[in-house]
Design a protein around this ligand. Structure first.
Ligand code: AMP
Length: 483
């Protein structure tokens, strides 16, 4: 707790930190908090989701809000509804032992009438997505004349999503003398422009982003035919019932198709993408958080800001076009110090893209094999048998009914009876045909068979060699709204 105290945090916040069981400040908290907990300097923090940055700005912001003043003092802009809601949830939790600080999240896709009503009460901190905020400013429901702190969270993502003009508009409604704290995973020329236009001599700290986020992640890949990708995914899910993860697809349609297919096969999966209504998204996130879903199938955009910490896996059913997204995606697992697996299910043509990711992000990938159906059966049968054994025995059957069943089965041996019951069970499982899904590389190609390892027991690493074809500087951030 001493290390948090040294950052200048007061008792009410230290008490929450202690309740949450955080042991020491994260790197971004160490770097940011002393800079912004007092003074008037603008601030840039280059860090991404998963590094503890919400607390890095949330704690100092709470320390600096005056609850006795009835106007909006802090505004946090976030690119997505999910991230906005998540930030609001965290800030509320962090303020639990402080004098009443009102916190409200406003975002598109939810009733504006309800938000306008909530805004009649003075909200000390507003968390908003840009479009909805502009609506509310224009309707005079949000007033920013006395704003003291503006936080731009995931600024790079806001620009990627085409919010550049919205940001300019919002900034015009804020007073000159406010402080701006900007957080971004990357520093692009567009972000430099925002910094130049709206910030004054900012202090800047940079986290070793990729290393910080990826240190606890085991990066794996497997090569299959494009048409076998979903079947490969289900086999990985089958052999490890403890998997809980996010599966990334490229488009909304791919996301929905894969979720429909998994649901049809009785997997606990749901899609999360931009075509869903806010209510549907909330329902899906709620199911996932309550661990009623094994996997969430998501687009990159929709998955931004998902705050679920104990994910075992991230699957890439399609690799992202923008390599920096690989880091964002895999950062969904191995969060808050936990280990995780990021597994790319690729076709042979995606191998070159994987090589680029490997080189540019300095990641070593291990090749793993898609489990064979016999492994899937063997594990599922084992799990099923254990389930039967562990079921507490309560004889609730009518003795006459039991007697009748015994009589009917009388001619079967124990072996025959087990085999029949098992067959009936197995028919429900929908395990695909007994084919090897692993792509058979032509001889001498890069992924030689001796590089293959069983999933979960890799011996050797695959590392892209050759000259550096991809420079980090060349990463392009196009405007995309896929989620
Ligand atoms: P964020 O980067 O804000 O999305 O945070 C990622 C997760 O790390 C959140 O669930 C936080 O509650 C958690 N977290 C934040 N600060 C710490 C810390 N100092 N120690 C451990 N976990 C933390």
């Amino acid at each position: 707790m001493e290390s948090f105290k040294r950052l200048g945090l007061s008792k009410p916040i230290l008490k929450v930190i202690s309740e949450l069981g955080f042991e020491k400040p994260s790197q971004i908290q160490e770097l940011a908090i002393p800079q912004i907990i007092q003074g008037n300097r603008d601030f840039i923090g280059l860090a991404q989701t998963g590094t503890g940055k919400t607390a890095a700005f949330g704690w100092p912001l709470l320390e600096r809000i005056d609850p006795s003043l009835n106007h909006t003092q802090g505004l946090i802009l976030a690119p997505t509804r999910e991230l906005g809601q998540q930030i609001a949830g965290q800030i509320e939790m962090f303020s639990k032992f402080m004098d009443q600080i009102n916190v409200l999240a406003v975002y598109g896709g939810a009733s504006i009438v309800d938000q306008i009503r909530a805004l009649r009460k003075p909200q000390h901190i507003i968390i908003a997505t840009p479009g909805r905020l502009i609506d509310l400013i224009k309707r005079k429901s949000v007033k920013l004349e006395k704003l003291r702190f503006l936080i731009l969270d995931e600024a790079d993502e806001m620009l990627n999503m085409g919010f550049k003009e919205d940001l300019d508009t919002i900034l015009q409604y804020t007073p000159e003398e406010k402080q701006v704290w900007l957080f971004s995973a990357t520093m692009s020329p567009e972000i430099r422009r925002i910094v130049k236009t709206y910030m004054e001599h900012p202090a800047e700290v940079k986290l070793n982003v990729e290393k910080e986020v990826n240190a606890n992640i085991l990066h794996q890949f497997t090569v299959v035919k494009q048409s076998d990708k979903s079947e490969a995914l289900t086999r990985f899910l089958d052999v490890d019932p403890d998997i809980r993860g996010v599966v990334f697809c490229r488009t909304r349609q791919d996301t929905q198709d894969l979720a429909d297919l998994l649901l049809k096969k009785n997997y606990r999966a749901e899609a999360l993408h931009g075509d869903l209504s806010q209510k549907q998204r909330d329902r899906v996130m709620d199911l996932f958080k309550r661990k009623e879903l094994q996997v969430l199938i998501a687009t990159d955009i929709a998955a931004r800001g998902i705050d679920v910490n104990d994910l075992t896996h991230v699957f890439h059913v399609a690799l992202p076009d923008d390599l920096s997204y690989y880091t964002h995606r895999s950062g969904r697992t191995a969060r808050a110090g936990k280990k995780g697996i990021s597994l790319a299910i690729i076709n042979v043509h995606e191998k070159e893209k994987l090589n680029r990711i490997s080189r540019s992000l300095d990641i070593q990938f291990q090749q793993v094999l898609v489990p064979q159906t016999r492994e899937v059966y063997s594990l599922k049968v084992e799990n099923w048998c254990r389930g039967v054994l562990e079921k507490p025995f309560k004889n609730m059957l009518d003795p006459k009914v039991l007697e009748k069943a015994k009589m009917l089965f009388g001619n079967l041996s124990k072996e025959e009876l087990i085999a029949k019951i098992l067959m009936i069970e197995i028919e429900k499982w929908n395990v695909g045909a007994n084919v090897d899904l692993n792509f058979d590389f032509p001889k001498k190609s890069q992924g030689k068979p001796n590089n293959y390892e069983r999933h979960g027991h890799p011996k050797k690493n695959f590392r892209a060699g050759g000259k550096k074809e991809f420079s980090k500087k060349k990463k392009s951030f196009g405007k995309r709204r896929v989620g």
